[in-house]
Design a binder for this molecule. Structure first.
Ligand code: KIV
Length: 259
């Protein structure tokens, strides 16, 4: 059965919601067949698939291209797509057009937007227009240049208060869920207990309503930096290498193709 925002709201408090990224049709099919609830076509496509250092260079065209590939797999998992860098600050026409492309052209069922209370009025207008918005607070990787580094959020009382204000403002604006990235685990628990929408964590500890991971990190496919919180659930990278090497050997030894 197709997962929707309605399903996710009902799952809060029932069982943890499982989310993962995907950027192409094959991965989307496998993730959905494995019972994943939500596929995020993250702007992490930039540093996982496209060879960029971070998510900043990712454009709306990139996002539409990869989101369309994922939705063509017709996964039972709900498909959400990231609104990329600078598309959501603060021109409403521009962000609405970005959502229109992601939804109409590429088939996304929801969009994820990095930003806190300052973006809440814009989020409320998007929700009014029929866009299912997934809020993203805590570490916002699109701000890497302004931040200077990736770090944990909500460890001081001031930052914890400001994150709570962000969460409440976005909830009021109508987000169907919140993603909290690299947030202090105690605060993540308080946030999850306070807001009524599902809170999905990444590097935010075990007390959230659900978890999300970048699939290349959890399947052992990432070559460079892998965050310490990303457990490796399989070593697909080694399997790939073994398969490529076996093929190369077979061709060189003239065992493949067979006569
Ligand atoms: O783009 C992405 O992969 C994300 C992660 C936090 C899951 O937003």
């Amino acid at each position: 059965m197709k997962t929707t925002t309605h399903t996710l709201r009902k799952l809060k408090g029932q069982r943890p919601i499982v989310c993962v990224t995907a950027y192409d049709a094959i991965t989307a099919r496998l993730a959905s067949e494995a019972g994943i609830d939500v596929i995020l076509v993250g702007d992490s496509v930039g540093n996982t698939m496209l060879g960029y250092e971070n998510t900043v260079p990712v454009t709306l065209d990139h996002m539409c291209h990869h989101t369309a590939a994922v939705t063509r797999a017709k996964p039972a998992a709900m498909v959400a797509a990231d609104v990329p860098f600078a598309e959501a600050h603060y021109d409403f026409e521009r962000v609405l057009r970005a959502c229109q492309r992601l939804m109409q052209e590429s088939g996304a069922e929801a969009v994820k937007i990095e930003g806190g209370a300052l973006l809440a009025p814009m989020v409320a207008r998007l929700v009014e227009a029929g866009v299912a918005v997934w809020g993203h607070i805590g570490l916002k990787p699109q701000q890497v240049h302004a931040l200077g580094r990736y770090r944990k959020f909500g460890t001081t009382p001031e930052e914890a208060e400001s994150l709570m204000a962000d969460a409440l403002a976005l909830e009021k604006a109508g987000v169907f869920a919140l993603l909290i990235e690299m947030v202090d685990h105690g605060l993540a628990r308080t946030l999850s207990e306070t807001v009524k929408v599902p809170v999905i964590g990444i590097g935010a500890g075990p007390h959230c309503d659900g978890q999300i991971l970048v699939y290349t990190d959890m399947l052992g496919l990432s070559g460079g930096y892998v965050p310490t919180f990303a457990h490796k659930f399989a070593d697909a990278g080694e399997q790939f290498k073994k398969g490529f090497a076996a093929y190369a050997d077979a061709v060189r030894e003239k065992k493949f193709p067979a006569a």
